[in-house]
Ligand binder design. Sequence first.
Ligand code: VG1
Ligand code: CO
Length: 544
Amino acid sequence: MASIITVKSVPFPDQRPGTSGLRKPVATFRQPHYLENFVQSVFDCLDQRQGQTLVVGGDGRYYNREAIQIILRMAAANGFSKVLLGRGGILSTPAVSALIRQHGALGGIVLSASHNPGGPDADFGIKYNISNGGPAPETFTQQVYERSLSINAYRCCDTADLDLDQEGTTELGNLVVDIIDPVTDYADLMETLFDFDAIRRLLAGGMPICVDTMHAVTGPYAREILENRLGAAPGSVINATPLDDFGGGHPDPNLVHAAALVAQLNSDDGPLFGAATDGDGDRNMILGRRFFVTPSDSLAILAANADLIPGYRGRLTGIARSMPTSRAADRVAERLGISCYETPTGWKFFGNLLDAGEITLCGEESFGTGSDHIREKDGLWAILFWLNILAAREQSVEQIVTEHWASYGRDYYTRHDYEGVDTTRATELMDRLRDQLEQLPRQTAGDNPVILADDFCYLDPIDGSTSAGQGLRLLFADDSRIVMRLSGTGTRGATLRVYLERFVPPGGAINQDTQTALAPLIERAEALANIRHYTGMERPTVIT
Ligand code: VG1
Ligand code: CO
C-alpha cells in the first residue's frame, strides 16, 4: 500500500498563467518543488476532485516524462480515482480535449509550451483544461495563481515510476492509471465529421500532399489518419516522429519556421496541398502550390464552405474570432445571416460561446482554427476540413481562395513580431500609445484619420465577466486597422505583436503582394508607436 506524504515547500512568485497556461524555461520547472507547487495549486482549486477522472498527456518535449511521473504521484495523493494517460506520455492538445469530453473527466493536464522550442535549454509548459475540454477560464487561472502565492506544502505518493509505454491498467495507491493509445479515439472522432470516402478518393487517386508535423506531437495522428486511413502516399507526412527537442527547430507552423515544407510547395512538381502543425497539435498552416492561406482567411473560407462538410452542413449558428484576427470571417457570417463574436486572444474565451451553442466555428490569426467538436483549436481537424473542401470542389487551394476574395473582397493581413524586446521598453511603448488613444481620433492625420482607438475590453455575453487590457486597437477612416499587444506566451523578455490589415472590396486590387499592399499602414504603425526606437530593432524578427 502506497503511503501519502506531505512535502513542505515555499511559494514561487512567478506562477501566473499566461495566454495558454504556465510556460517557463525547463530550468525553471526543474527547480525543486516548482512543478509540484503549481500542480498542487491547481488541485487545491478543484474542490470536487475526489473520485474523479483526470486526463494527462503532453507533446513529448524534454521533461514530459519526468513531469508525468510527478503528476501521477500527486493525482494519487489528491483523491482522483482515475488518470487517463496517452501511451509514452503523448497526447496532443486536441486529443486531450476530446478525451475529457468522451470520458466525462473532471479535467485534464496538458504538458506543452506549444510552438516554443523544446530541449534542456528551451521551454516547458503546463495547462489545466476544465470538464468541457477547454482551457480553464481566467477566473480559475487567477485562483490558481493566488493559491500558488501562499502554498506551503504538496501531497504525493511514495510510489515508484510507472512504465509509461505499456498500454493497460495499473494501480498507483488508490488511483487507477489507464494507459491508452493516444491516437485511436481522436481519429475515430474525425471520421464522424468529414467525408473520409471523398478524401480517400482524392488522396488515393494520387493528389500529392505534404504535411509537416515538425517532429512534434501530431506525427502519429497524421500518419494514422492521412496515410493509413485515407490512403495518402507513404511519406506524405514528414518529420513525423515526435522528438523531445523537435529536432532543434521551432515547432511553429508559419512561413519562417516550416521552411522545408514551403520549399516543397514552391517547386513545379511538388505537392498540390501542404500543411504544418505545431508542438502540441492545435495550430495549422495551410498552403497550396506556391500559395499561402492566411489563418484569418482560412477561418472565413471554412465557414463559407461548411455546407460541403458532413459534420457542419446546415448547422452553423455563429462564428467567433479573436480580436486581432482579420474581419474576413465577419463578412461570411453577415452573408450567412449568423452571429459573429470578437473575443480576446486565447482559446479560453471561445469556451462559453461554444458551450452555449452560440458559435460553431472559431479561429485566431495565429494559425488556430476549431469548432464545437472539442474545446481547443485543432490543427489536423483544419487540415481535414480543407482536404474535404478540395475533394468536394475539385479546385486548387489558390482557386478556392481567389474565388472567395472575388466574392467577399480581400482582407490583406500581416502580423509583425518583435521578439526578445527589453520588457521595460516594450511596456513603455504600450503605455505611451495607450496614453494617446483618447486624442488620436481628434487629430486628423492626412487623408486617413484614426476614427476609433481603444484598449480592447471584452464582456463575455454568456457569464457577464469582463477582461480588460486585451490589446490596443486603431481603426482608420478607410476601414484599415492596426492592433498592438504584448505576447502572453513568451518566456524571455517581451514580444510585441503588431497586427495590420486593410480591406479591399470585391472588384478592387485583390492580387497584390501583402507586404506591399500594407506598406502605408506599416509606416503608420511606426509613426504612431515609435517601434524602432523602443524595440531597438530595425525590422520585425518574424513576419507572418
Ligand atoms: C499566442 C497567440 C494566441 C494563441 C496562443 C496559444 O499567444 O497569439 O492567438 O492562442 O499563443 O497558442 P500570445 O499571447 O503569445 O500572443 V498555442 O498553439 O501556443 O497553445
Ligand atoms: Co499550440
